[in-house]
Each structure stands twice: as structure tokens, then as C-alpha cells.
Design a binder for this molecule. Sequence first.
Ligand code: UDP
Ligand code: MG
Length: 324
Amino acid sequence: MRKDNTLYVVIPCYNEEEVLKETTKRLKDKISSLISKKKISSKSKVMYVNDGSKDNTWQLIKEISDKEKNFTGITLSRNRGHQNALLAGLMSAKNYADVIISMDADLQDDINAIDEMIEKYNDGCDIVYGVRSARKKDSFFKKTTAQGFYKFMKIMGVDVIYNHADYRLTSKRVLENFSDFKEVNLFLRGMFPLIGYKTDIVYYERAERFAGESKYPLKKMLNFAWDGITSFSVKPIRMILNLGIIMFLISLLMLIYFLIVKVTGHAVKGWTFIVTSIWMLSGVQMLSLGIIGEYIGKIYSETKARPRYIISENLEEVENDSKN
Ligand code: UDP
Ligand code: MG
């Protein structure tokens, strides 16, 4: 079916000098074996993206790309974070490749899943998500926070693929469509499902970080989750609106109670007026905030200017092509 595909493996690197040599060694074997099995073209490459590292990462990437035919790199002017670095890599790689796989530098994503991903691509999938089947090697803390993250995202109305990070295969056309997504607050794993096409999942076991330490401390992870929610969901705004409605309804019930207290003569003079005002006004205020929030939510999705649709096939074009 789809033969002679050029594969680019995009890897963002931030202070990864400790792992790069080993990553290069293993990927070199993988790429050569795929080339010799004629699964990918000999022009296939690994593209390292240096995300403004403070150590020798970029120096190392340059050395590797000089020495190795199937390795190349780009560097960002400063540290912009994992998601931006990954996007930079994907957008550059799509100019040279037919298929692009993104993964981390630390060998936590099992590179043997690449074979299966390409298999699925050959079966006609445009996006193949790598999903962690087990987290045996993750620390208890990482495991619970990461799983909590996916569950919380679901509750907050963000459609993410459970236990899928950024290990994924995409076709060139997906990335071309992707360049129409102009948003600045990136949460890539939530954006790809918006594109559509035929997709599939490949399971793999997540290994331990090969060397060095996680570049995602808890603070960065919380920021990332917050970005995911606020870039994908208006649920928090709806929660305010719902709270307003509930408070207003309660204030009506309270009103009845206050009147009973007054009628039975248990109320101090002026008390009924004050408590009724507090409950009703707070309810109305919260409700108004929610309504204003709804409009802000609309403005927010308009300013993101996401594409409204993506055409996957156009028979008109096919006919014209065959006539020419
Ligand atoms: N990374 C990056 N820029 C950053 C932070 C991380 O490019 O500001 C890269 C990092 O080099 C690695 C990937 O993002 O290739 C994932 O980071 P890490 O493995 O530390 O995250 P974890 O697996 O602990 O969630
Ligand atoms: Mg990692």
C-alpha cells in the first residue's frame, strides 16, 4: 500500500545530555532495521529539538548529526517548554517526511512500538496513539498523580485518550491540517483527537527514565493540567453558572423560612430584610457572573479560531487528477 515512506522521529530535549547517547544508539539500530526491512525509506531521520537546554545537549546533537546520516536537529532560541518544542519539531519535520512519530528523549516510551505504529499507518490510519498499558516502573507518586490527571481531565470535560502522552504517529496530512490550529496555549494530546481521520491505539509498557531526572516536576505538571482544562473546556464557567442557579433557588426556599420566622414573631426587627437581601443578592450575583462567563467562554473559543472542519477526501479532485 503505502511504500517508501520517509519517517521522522521528533524528540524534544531539555537538558538531556545524559540520555542522548543511549537514545541515539537505540534509535539508530531501530531506524536501520526498519530501513533494511523496507518499512521506511533510507531518507528517514531522527530529529532532535533542543529546547534551550542549559547543558551540552545542543553540542551533542550537532556532533551526532555530523556523524550519523539518519540524525538531524533543530534548536530553539530559548526554553519554551515541552509542548512548544514538540510543535516546532513536528512543523519542521512535516516538510521532509510522510510519517512523523513524536516521543520523549528519556527512552520511557518503548521504541519497539514504532513497528506496530507503522503497521497501523500502512493499514490506513492517520494517527496512531501510543498508550501505556502498565506503569510498573513509575514511582507511586508519579503513577497516582498521572492517573489522577487523566481522570480529572475527564471530569472537567476535556476529551483525552487515557494514559496517552505524546508518543504518537501522525501522517503528513494530519500535521498540515494541524498548522491551521493557531492557539498559543498548547495541549497537544487534546488537540489531535479534534482532527479526526482513521485512528488507532498501540499499547506499550512504560519504562523507567533511562538517566537524568524528570523535567516535569509537580508544579509544571499542575500548570500543564490547568492549561489543558482552560484551553479545552468551558466547564469551569458552567460550574459558576450552575452554582448561581442553585444559590438563587436556595434563596427562594430561605425566603419562605424567613417569612415563617417573621410571622411567628421570632424575628428581631429588620432581620428578615437583611437575611433575605444577603441570600437573594448573592444568588443573583453568582448567576450574573455565570452568564458573563458564558459570553467570555464564547469569545475565548472564537479567538482560538480553530478550523471548523477538515475534508478528508474530495471526489471532485480525484476525478480531475485522473483526467489530466
Ligand atoms: N522537555 C522539553 N522542554 C521542557 C521540559 C521537558 O523539551 O521544558 C522534554 C524532555 O527533554 C523530554 C520530554 O520533554 O524529552 C518529557 O519530559 P520528561 O521525561 O522529563 O517528563 P516525564 O516523563 O517525567 O513526565
Ligand atoms: Mg520522561
